[in-house]
Ligand binder design. Structure first.
Ligand code: C2E
Ligand code: MG
Ligand code: MG
Length: 690
């Protein structure tokens, strides 16, 4: 009930309250007036009845005194003009009925026989008649009681009159109720209407969000005050709204910037790796539901590092954005291009996945990236290596496709750059194998699997061991022996050659010191790769090793290839100078196969050259080989360099070299590279032979 009331509008509530109040007021008024009417009726009736009884007593006084019943009866008979009287009875002094009157057709007869003294007198609530008893007094001075008059009054007419009055009252009450209700309603209207208008206006304002349009009401009462407060509130809201709008705008622009930063690459304005990952996920969903094939290109620029290192990062960035422009200009707008970072780009091509179409796209990319780039007044040539894989032919997940495109791209690089390659499963196997070998090689040194072998270098004229070349072997725990050509390039790539080189150098120095002590003077040649020359402390490292081993500097030789001498970027020149000044010999390995620029022979302190075995192998019959070997020996002679001929396998080769005046020889004809123990027994046998 309370809930029902609470849910009503204020106007309805007021109406309900008013109705209740008016009803109560009307009801109470009607009841009180009715009671008042009833009371005055009773009062008036009693007074009137007693007056009537008094008049009768006076009139009938002498009749009673003179005991004239007839006169008394006549007097009473006059009562027929007074309609209210039903019975009248006069009793004498002794209480006996003296004269009586009963209105014809009247009720209440039963009361006649009742002793009037015992009757209930006066107005009785609920009774339709009223009994009045009036003593009759003597008119003499003693006023003695001579009789009694009893009147029985009919109250029906009085009640009928009362009912009529009450009915009028009720009617007036009802009219009053309606009038008051109507007037109050009008008054409520004047209270609630401004409230309703206020509410409607607020609703409209908040719906249309036109806060500035609010005009406050003109009432001076509380509603006017409320309306004024609303105006202030609306102004406040308008202010906040506009500052919120500004804030929102700023936030949106920050969000847009953040989203751009999160999804785009700042250098090229292309989508970044994050976007690419989303895009490939979308392409995979398209494939899943629409069977839409797509091709993934991994593009790696060739020679970008060179541009960056030589011309600086700014030039590099300019180049990258030009690459992006060219890619966008070449591809269809539906194709997706992103920069993954560095010089790596990706392209996703959907719905255009025939091999011939993909070939065309790849060729186009290769062609536009091969054209010269104009960057900061430089004309730069780069190029690109592209790896391609196709969903679903090769894979159906983002990781697999990306790793496939990546390995295909490496394959393109290995095949001489500036070309494109499709992913082939074998590539992955080769890569897996490489990863396995890599992991094993990283642990090979700790596990003592790297072992130095020694191949004798003979003095050709005396046929005696003049020294050894240290040639490293990787002997795995299962006994398989891996030759350096199969792991040195990988070790160089991984940087492991530094540790391997250092280990071999130490082992060779310690070993040779022991042999020199036991078998007399001999040299040991150790191979050094160009990577080791990038170490600034190589010279001091070598000398420290020799010092620790106690090996005299003149017994130690470093074999380096021509490429080490030609590499201007490394500090090889300083290192070689320093080592040479400390009495360490430098010999040029594989002479004749490299740059064959003879100038370095004079500019570097080289003391020995080793003729590559490719020439020796063709001796003595091949005229060209013979000419090269003769020429090398001639140059060496004129520059006072010692010469070792590598790869002597036959007696004829040896004789030829001997005849040409070559001082030292090395090859299977004398001995293959052997473990230290075997090398020691070769030295021991030679000692015995003396
Ligand atoms: P290299 O320094 O030119 O070594 C000579 C290579 O010729 C050795 O191959 C040797 O076994 C091989 N050889 C010697 N005589 C004959 C012969 O009569 N016939 C034929 N067919 N081959 C002969 P190996 O031991 O396989 O080494 C290959 C290359 O690996 C070496 O060429 C050298 O460049 C590199 N290497 C070996 N050990 C090391 C090392 O400790 N450090 C570095 N950086 N490179 C090394
Ligand atoms: Mg060598
Ligand atoms: Mg060699």
């Amino acid at each position: 009930m309370t809930n029902l009331f609470n849910n009503l509008s204020i106007s309805k509530k007021l109406q309900v309250v008013n109705l209740i109040i008016i009803s109560l007021v009307t009801l109470l008024t009607t009841i009180s007036l009715s009671l008042f009417l009833y009371g005055s009726l009773q009062d008036n009736y009693e007074k009137y009845s007693y007056t009537l009884a008094g008049l009768l007593a006076e009139s009938a006084n002498s009749a009673v005194v003179f005991n004239d019943q007839k006169v008394a009866a006549e007097i009473l008979a006059n009562l027929n003009k007074v309609t209210d009287v039903v019975h009248a009875e006069i009793y004498d002094r002794s209480g006996k009925p003296f004269a009586g009157y009963t209105r014809s057709g009247a009720a209440f007869k039963e009361a006649l026989n009742v002793d009037p003294v015992k009757l209930p007198l006066g107005f009785q609530f609920g009774s339709l008649s009223m009994n009045i008893v009036q003593p009759m007094l003597s008119i003499a001075s003693n006023q003695e009681k001579i009789g009694t008059i009893w009147l029985q009054m009919n109250l029906r007419p009085a009640y009928a009159q009362l009912s009529f009055q009450v009915a009028i009252l009720l009617l007036l009450g009802a009219l009053g109720f309606v009038l008051v209700a109507y007037l109050l309603n009008r008054m409520h209207g004047s209270i609630t209407q401004p409230l309703i208008s206020l509410a409607n206006e607020m609703r409209k304002i908040s719906r249309d969000e036109k806060y500035a349009a609010y005009v406050s009401g003109k009432n001076r009462d509380e509603i006017g005050e409320l309306s004024g407060v609303f105006k202030i509130m609306v102004q406040e809201i308008t202010k906040r709204e506009s500052s919120l709008n500004d804030e929102l705008k700023e936030r949106r622009s920050i969000e847009a910037k953040l989203s751009k930063m999160a999804n785009f690459d700042a250098v090229t304005n292309l989508p970044n790796r994050h976007s690419f990952n989303n895009q490939i996920d979308r392409a995979l969903l398209n494939f899943k539901y629409e069977h839409e094939r797509f091709a993934l290109f991994f593009i790696d620029l060739d020679n970008f590092k060179f541009v960056n290192d030589t011309y600086g990062h700014q030039a590099g960035d300019l180049l990258l954005s030009t690459v992006a422009e060219r890619l966008l200009g070449t591809l269809r707008s539906v194709d997706f291009v992103a920069r993954l970072g560095g010089d790596e780009f990706v392209v996703l091509i959907s719905n255009h996945t025939d091999i011939s179409q993909i070939n065309t796209v790849a060729e186009k990319i290769i062609s536009i990236l091969s054209k010269p780039f104009e960057v900061e007044m430089h004309e730069l040539f780069i190029g690109a290596s592209i790896g391609i894989t196709i969903c679903p032919d090769n894979g159906e997940t983002s990781e697999i496709l990306q790793s496939q495109a990546d390995s295909a791209m490496y394959q393109a690089k290995n095949l001489g750059k500036n070309n494109f390659q499709y992913y082939q499963a074998e590539l992955l196997h080769a890569q897996e194998h490489r990863l396995k070998v890599e992991a094993q090689l990283r642990r090979a040194l700790e596990r003592n699997e790297i072992v130095p072998f020694y191949q004798p270098i003979m003095d050709i004229s005396s046929k005696k061991i003049a020294g050894f070349e240290t040639l490293v072997r990787w002997i795995k725990t299962d006994g398989t022996m891996i030759n350096p050509d199969d792991f040195i390039p990988l070790a160089e790539e991984l940087g492991l050659i530094i540790d391997i080189g250092s280990f071999v150098m130490k082992a060779a120095a310690v070993q040779t010191e022991a042999w020199v002590a036991k078998f007399g003077a001999m040299f040991v040649a150790v191979n050094f790769s160009s990577r080791q020359f990038k170490l600034h402390h190589l010279a001091s490292d070598v000398m420290k090793v020799l010092e620790d081993a106690g090996l005299a500097h003149q017994y130690f030789e470093m074999e380096i290839t021509e490429s080490v001498l030609m590499d201007n970027t490394s500090n090889s020149m300083d290192t070689i100078q320093q080592l040479s000044q400390n009495g360490i010999s430098i010999s040029i390995d594989d002479f004749g196969t490299g740059y064959s620029s003879l100038s370095y022979l004079t500019s570097f302190p080289v003391s020995k050259i080793k003729i590559d075995r490719s020439f020796v192998a063709k001796l003595p019959d091949d005229k060209n080989a013979l000419a090269v070997v003769t020429a090398i020996l001639g140059i060496a002679d004129s520059l006072s360099l010692k010469v070792v001929a590598e790869g002597i396998e036959t007696e004829e080769q040896l004789e030829c070299l001997f005849a040409l005046g070559c001082e030292y020889g090395q090859g299977y004809y004398f001995s293959k590279p052997v473990p230290a123990t075997k090398a020691a027994s070769l030295l021991a046998r030679q000692l015995e032979a003396l």
